[in-house]
Write a protein that binds this ligand. Structure first.
Ligand SMILES: Nc1nc2c(ncn2[C@@H]2O[C@H](COP(=O)(O)OP(=O)(O)O)[C@@H](O)[C@H]2O)c(=O)[nH]1
Ligand SMILES: [Mg+2]
Length: 281
C-alpha cells in the first residue's frame, strides 16, 4: 500500500517481483543493486540458503528522486517461488502497488509460469487488491537460452488481451532489467495519480487514504493538530525521520515475514511427516 508522508513530502511505493522458482527474480534485483548508474539504492537484504537461492524474500529500497514535489521511494521485493511458501508470497504481496511478473521463457517451464500467474491473481484477491487495477508488468526472461517460446507465444499465453506491458530480458546480463523497472515505476506513479489525485497538492490530501494494513505502512499517520502551524522541518530532521522509518519498516517486515515463514515451514513439515511415517511403517 502506498505510504504518503505529507510532512516530508515523500511517497513510498512497493513493487513485488513475482514468478515461479528460478525464473530470475533475484537476478533482477541483484542487477539493479549492482548497477553503478542507479543512485539512491539502499542495502539489499537477501534471505537465502546455499542450495535454494531465495528461501524467503529479497528486499531492496531505492530513492528515485522527485516527482511533482514529492520524493519517490520504491521498495523492491521478490517472493519465494516454491509451492510451499504460499503464505510468505501472500504476505510479501500485501499492500503491493505494482508487480513485475517474471516468466522463464523456456518451453519446459511454461506450465509452472502459468500456475504461478494464476497464483498471483489468487493472492492479489486474497489481499483485496484488484488484479485488473494494479499495474502488472510481464518480463519474458532467459531469452538467451535455447528451446524457448517466441514472444508471440508467450503473449498468447500470458497476455492474450494485451493488458500488460511486456519486456524481453536476459536478467543474467542485465538486458531488459532497467526497462522493466522503469515501466513498473511509471505505471505505479500513473496509477497513484489516478487513485489519489490530491497527492500532488498537500492541502487537499484525500481523507480516505486507507488505514495501515501491513508491511508497507509501519507508521500510522497520526492526525495533525489543526494549529499552530508546524515549524519548518530541517534537512537533518527529515533525514532522521527517514532513517527511523526505514529501520522501523524493515523490522516490521521481518517480524511479519518470520511469522509467515514459520507457518509455511510448519505446513511443509506436516506434509513431509506423512511420507516419513509411511516409510517407517
Ligand atoms: N541463462 C540465463 N539464466 C538466468 C537468467 N536469469 C536468471 N538466470 C539464472 O537462473 C537461476 C535462477 O535465478 P534466480 O534469480 O535465483 O531465480 P528466482 O528463484 O526467480 O529468484 C540462476 O542460476 C540465474 O543465474 C537469464 O536471463 N538467462
Ligand atoms: Mg529468488
Amino acid at each position: 500500500m502506498v505510504f504518503i508522508n505529507e510532512s516530508i513530502k515523500e511517497i513510498t511505493l512497493k513493487l513485488v517481483y513475482y514468478g515461479p522458482g528460478l525464473c530470475g527474480k533475484t537476478t533482477n534485483l541483484e542487477h539493479i543493486h549492482g548497477n553503478p548508474k542507479l543512485t539512491g539504492k539502499g542495502k539489499m537484504i537477501s534471505m537465502s540458503t546455499e542450495t535454494d537461492r531465495t528461501l524467503f524474500f529479497d528486499f531492496l529500497p531505492m530513492d528515485l528522486g522527485t516527482v511533482a514535489g514529492f520524493r519517490i521511494r520504491v521498495q523492491l521485493y521478490t517472493v519465494p517461488g516454491q509451492v510451499f511458501y504460499d503464505a510468505t508470497r501472500r504476505l510479501v504481496l500485501r499492500g503491493a502497488d505494482g508487480v513485475v511478473f517474471v516468466v522463464d521463457s523456456q518451453k519446459a517451464i511454461l506450465e509452472a509460469g502459468l500456475e504461478s500467474f494464476q497464483n498471483l491473481r489468487d493472492n492479489l484477491l486474497i489481499n483485496q487488491i484488484d488484479p485488473e487495477k494494479i499495474p502488472i508488468i510481464l518480463q519474458y526472461n532467459k531469452r538467451d537460452l535455447p528451446d524457448i517460446h517466441s514472444i508471440e507465444e508467450l503473449e498468447h499465453a500470458f497476455n492474450p488481451e494485451e493488458k500488460h506491458s511486456h519486456f524481453p530480458a536476459v536478467a543474467l546480463r542485465g538486458d531488459g532489467v532497467l526497462a522493466t523497472l522503469q515501466r513498473a515505476v511509471q505505471e505505479m506513479i500513473a496509477s497513484l495519480a489516478h487513485r489519489f489525485p490530491g497527492a500532488q497538492k498537500p492541502a487537499e490530501r484525500p481523507a480516505a487514504v486507507p488505514a495501515p494494513a501491513g508491511i508497507a505502512e509501519p507508521f500510522p499517520e497520526t492526525e495533525a493538530a489543526p494549529s499552530p502551524p508546524a515549524p519548518a522541518v530541517s534537512e537533518r530532521e527529515q533525514e532522521q525521520e527517514r532513517m527511523l522509518q526505514m529501520i522501523c519498516q524493515s523490522n516490521e517486515n521481518l517480524i511479519l515475514l518470520m511469522n509467515s515463514l514459520l507457518e509455511d515451514v510448519k505446513q511443509q513439515q506436516a506434509f513431509l511427516k506423512q511420507f516419513v511415517i509411511r516409510k517407517e511403517n
